[in-house]
Design a protein around this ligand. Structure first.
Ligand SMILES: Cc1cc2nc3c(=O)[nH]c(=O)nc-3n(C[C@H](O)[C@H](O)[C@H](O)COP(=O)(O)O)c2cc1C
Length: 318
């Protein structure tokens, strides 16, 4: 089967899992392409028999660019596919939405899988429950998954259609992946919208530096324009990448507001983590952190600049 793995990854967790799945598939098919989603020529997808699409989970589902990618896919009837993701404590509707999205394009979905990944949201209490993942055990599991999915897809393609998996029913699904929490309806989250970046021209290195505008997830910054930030589309992106990547502190966020929100954030993350203990076996969770969750320093409090850097397309702590 001609196969390809497509991944969307910010901090490299999903990229690592994608390459491990890739190694597994290559053990069965000899050859398998692998590429970041942004480099995919959507019109060439028809050349493949097996398409694997994976991403990180963002706000309990796939990130918007992934939804857009699936929507833009041509009809791929007759092809086989699978999805995978990395996530924190609650993958929510990711698997269901992606399986349905791929099926909507005519793809026969032959499987899916998920892994834990370290988190880097600036307001995330640190250490965060899933920090340290993916580790060697996760990567080994992903290689095995690659082998299995290649073999299963081959069998399904040769007529063993009883091997086509069904999504778990709602109750079972939520035990496995967690129920989506409606954060927008919480009064105690109202201050989040006040955490908007403000541009300080005295500190800005533009046009020598364009990191904030190049990496804004919502494309809300244009330093050549006035106003420089489009507040209709800006935030809260929950990552404040402009502030985190700025080498001089020219993108200013009033983190005093965040200080007042940390109790709320900690309690939300705690609530999301509760079913992790209850369904530990089912969710294959292994804690890799030492010390108590939330006892460390959240990323937004770090003083050094830049707080984050991007190397080889991957966002890392500086
Ligand atoms: C803005 C943002 C929102 C996130 N939302 C969720 C979420 O709803 N549920 C979850 O389990 N993890 C969530 N995460 C955690 C990521 O899915 C996790 O860290 C993932 O492994 C990152 O993958 P990457 O390294 O490939 O970018 C979120 C991360 C970010 C940055």
């Amino acid at each position: 089967m001609r196969s390809i793995i497509i991944y969307h990854s910010w901090t490299g967790n999903t990229k690592q899992i994608a390459s491990a799945i890739h190694s597994g598939i290559k053990e069965i098919f000899d050859k398998c392409d692998i590429t970041p989603m942004k480099d995919v020529d959507i019109n060439k997808l028809k050349d493949y028999d097996l398409i694997g699409l994976g991403s990180f989970v963002q706000t309990f589902q796939e990130p918007v660019p992934v939804t857009d990618f699936v929507n833009a896919m041509p009809d791929l009837t007759g092809r086989y596919g699978f999805t995978f993701c990395t996530h924190g404590t609650c993958a929510g509707s990711y698997i269901e939405r992606m399986v349905k999205g791929l099926r909507g394009k005519g793809i026969t979905v032959t499987g899916w899988n998920d892994w834990y990944g370290a988190g880097f949201i600036p307001l995330m209490p640190k250490p965060y429950y899933t920090d340290g993942h993916p580790d060697k055990i996760d990567l080994k599991e992903a290689i095995e998954f690659g082998k299995e999915i290649a073999q299963r897809s081959q069998k399904i393609a040769s007529g063993e259609i009883k091997l086509i998996p069904e999504l778990p029913v709602k109750e079972e699904y939520e035990k496995l992946y967690g129920a989506v929490m409606d954060l927008g309806s919480r009064d105690d989250m109202a201050d989040l919208v006040k955490l908007k970046p403000v541009h300080n021209p005295d500190k800005c290195l533009y046009p020598k530096c364009t990191k904030c505008m190049d990496n804004c997830p919502t494309k809300s910054i244009d330093l050549s324009e006035s106003p420089k930030i489009n507040y209709n589309t800006c935030g809260p992106c929950m990552v404040w990448l402009c502030e985190q990547l700025c080498p001089t502190g020219a993108m200013e966020v009033n983190w005093d507001i965040a200080d007042n929100m940390m109790n709320t954030m900690t309690s939300i993350f705690k609530r999301l983590a509760e079913p992790m203990e209850e369904y530990k076996e089912l969710r294959r969770f292994r804690s890799l952190i030492t010390g108590e969750e939330g006892s460390g320093t959240p990323l937004y409090k770090k003083q050094r600049r830049p707080k984050l850097i991007i190397r080889d397309g991957v966002i890392r702590e500086s």
